[in-house]
Design a protein. Sequence first.
Length: 319
Amino acid sequence: MVFLAAPVAAQDAAEDGEPFPLNCEDGTKLTALFSEKDVAVTLADGTKLNLPFKSDDPWVLYSDGKHQLAEKGDVLEWTIGKKVPTLCSPEDDDTPTQFDEPVAIDNLDLPADKANPDARHVVNCYRFKGFMVKEVDLGEVGAEKLAILPETAKCVRDDPKEKPVKEDIARYFLGTKGNLVFFQAADGWNGGMPFVVIDATSMKKLFEDSFEGEDFQAINVDGANVTIDYTRTYSADCSLYLDGSACAKKLNQTLGLGTMAKLPECGPAYDAEKKRTPDYAKEIEQLPSVISYQATLKYDGKAVTITPRAGDTTCRVPD
């Protein structure tokens, strides 16, 4: 077999002598600097590892005995000790996350369910400075359990000291910013993803809303003050298509749309849906409109205000 100094996707970075950022399916983030003899790996907490090249048959493998990075076809596989390997892919530098990087991520595999052997049962533990977020995933829609624990707590399914997250929206861990923990719903709704934010110390719910896209555009925390820029999804209680100016006036009063950001044109979305299901054209016209627009959420420790920002707005028919 011909020796490959780095996976195809990493060759450009390797030739330039630059670290190659990777995101792994279990949440692990690392950078890898490939050479002909080894790969220098830097973990999210700053730990640096040097993994010598071991074998190119049946795949390109780098390992120090405990940590292993292997190329299998077009993908990379990261393994620590006896933990289940996780697949890693290049990080998209064009869409950096606004969330804090974990200090460490631990995963504990649980016994498989005989009735559903293909579903992976795992405890995911995300450690941050001062606390840990635990997610018990049994392969169903939504995590079986979400909880907050001390940073140094063991990564186990049940712990009497854990603080369970009880918010209905919270079904998966989304990320953290300072002492704030973001959780998302199990599924999207009307083109957006509902999310809720709690304080990791008090376990108090601070606010909830719905965002569109892969991430928030900006998250800033200054003491009790929180500012978030994002694409907001709002489900109105009126139809811009049918009610015209009356619905527009209501959305202007409720959201502030029509001044800083214009109201979207709903005709194309409704007409397309009417064409798709002509037998329900009258019912479709009456459906309340779903609006997406650029917004800024501000929380001052007591109350939330959400205001529109200049930018594109869209209208869709609800799911």
